[in-house]
Write a protein that binds this ligand. Structure first.
Ligand SMILES: Cc1ncc(COP(=O)(O)O)c(C=O)c1O
Length: 380
């Protein structure tokens, strides 16, 4: 009897699932063609923490955030989670403003700089209009542009990266990741000023890695009306898990962006904890300088082994084994040795992998492995 009942219920299940498959097919046709034909952004793998990888694939900071964040976390009252957060993140904007010398009206906060980039596209480019960037660059600009239905004008930039073509002049927005991801090179502020002056577009300098670089372009906001700087606490402040990005620009442009953002785009937890982290600038400086030291040491050692390293101003490097086009093999070999990096199957990026700078100890292990596997990727 029981067996018969099960058979009937299995039959019904497959009947309903066939019915729903057919039903859903109708609605699949509603999906906008630009979405149906796109791949979507592929984030770095977040492995099970028990698997003990050396995780160098998402440019996260290897050190914990400031201990002040922990203190404030302990003091937070869980009952307060009942209420909505401040919709305009005023305390954070005031803190960021006094840190960098801007008025809070020149600053907007978002749910990571991903959110800020999305707000920028939706504020300044009409579907059908064009946005531009050099490539290689942060892949999200293209993804956000495609979702919003804008035309993409991408200009390939090859080595030496310091001679980029002129940015196109028929775009509404131009995105420049500086330092660049995934390669790590950075343009000087004077070069950026020249580009921003030449172009008749909103010129977005995405400074996700600025704290690890020699220069930043914040001063240009005071000189050029079209420059918007985008920053994040994900990398230098070790707060990728909280999701806080911000933009600094002309207050009239920022006022329009504030209209576009989701009403409560920064959580209460994020606002309180980031405020605590911003107060601890000494911790930030020490954290960043440890990473820069490790980056410089690692780059020198890897080059001495025979790897090609593009000088990086970020918290990652782009090592390339001597044999060209072997980036994917290099990635897989490191993966099998429990070292997680990022490989991009794209023009100009197939020779190497992007590798976040971890602790000195982690990077010493990586170097040891790179030495052992080098013969597999050597021309000799
Ligand atoms: C150049 C660049 N911009 C923005 C982001 C996004 O950062 P967030 O964590 O603030 O969304 C990243 C993340 O890797 C990045 O590399």
């Amino acid at each position: 009897m029981k067996i018969r009942q099960r058979a009937i219920s299995l039959d019904l299940n497959s009947f309903f699932s066939a019915f729903f498959d057919k039903e859903v097919q109708k609605y699949m046709e509603y999906i906008r063609p630009c979405i149906a034909s796109m791949k979507g952004y592929v984030p770095g793998l977040q492995p099970d923490p028990n698997q003990k990888y050396i995780k160098l694939n998402s440019n996260e900071n290897p050190f914990p955030p400031s201990p002040r964040v922990k203190e404030v976390l302990r003091e937070l009252k869980y009952e307060d989670l009942r209420i909505y957060p401040d919709p305009i993140s005023l305390e954070l904007r005031e803190k960021l403003g006094s840190l960098y010398g801007f008025s809070p009206n020149q600053i907007i906060c978002g749910n990571g700089s991903d959110d800020i980039l999305n707000i920028i596209i939706r504020t300044f480019a009409q579907p059908g209009e064009a946005v531009g960037f050099f490539e290689p660059t942060f892949p999200l600009y293209r993804v956000l542009g495609v979702i919003h239905g804008v035309r993409i004008i991408s200009l390939p930039v090859d080595e030496p990266y310091d001679q980029p073509p002129l940015p196109p002049d028929d775009v509404k927005i131009f995105f420049l990741a500086n330092p660049n991801s995934p390669v790590g090179f950075a343009y000087s502020t004077s070069r950026i000023a020249e580009m921003a002056r030449e172009i008749k577009a909103v010129f977005v300098v995405d400074e996700a890695y600025a704290e690890f670089a020699r220069e930043n372009a914040l001063a240009l906001v005071r000189q050029l009306a079209n420059v918007i700087i985008v920053r994040t606490v994900s990398k230098s402040y070790s707060l990728a898990g909280l999701r806080l990005g911000y933009a600094i620009g002309n207050e009239k442009l920022i006022a329009e962006m504030l209209k576009v953002k989701d009403p409560f785009n920064v959580t209460l937890l994020t606002q309180s904890l980031v405020a605590a982290a911003l107060e601890d600038q000494e911790y930030l400086r020490n954290n960043v300088s440890r990473i820069i030291d490790t980056r410089e040491w690692f780059s020198k050692e890897a080059a001495a082994l025979g790897y090609r390293i593009i000088p990086s101003e970020a918290n990652f490097v782009f090592p390339q084994p001597p044999q060209k086009g072997r980036g994917i093999g290099f990635y897989k070999t490191l993966f099998n040795r429990k070292i997680l990096t990022r490989h991009y199957d794209e023009e100009g990026l197939r020779d190497g992998v992007r590798m976040t700078i971890g602790t000195r100890q982690e990077m010493a292990t990586v170097l040891k492995v790179m030495k052992e596997i080098l013969p597999q990727f050597s021309n000799k």
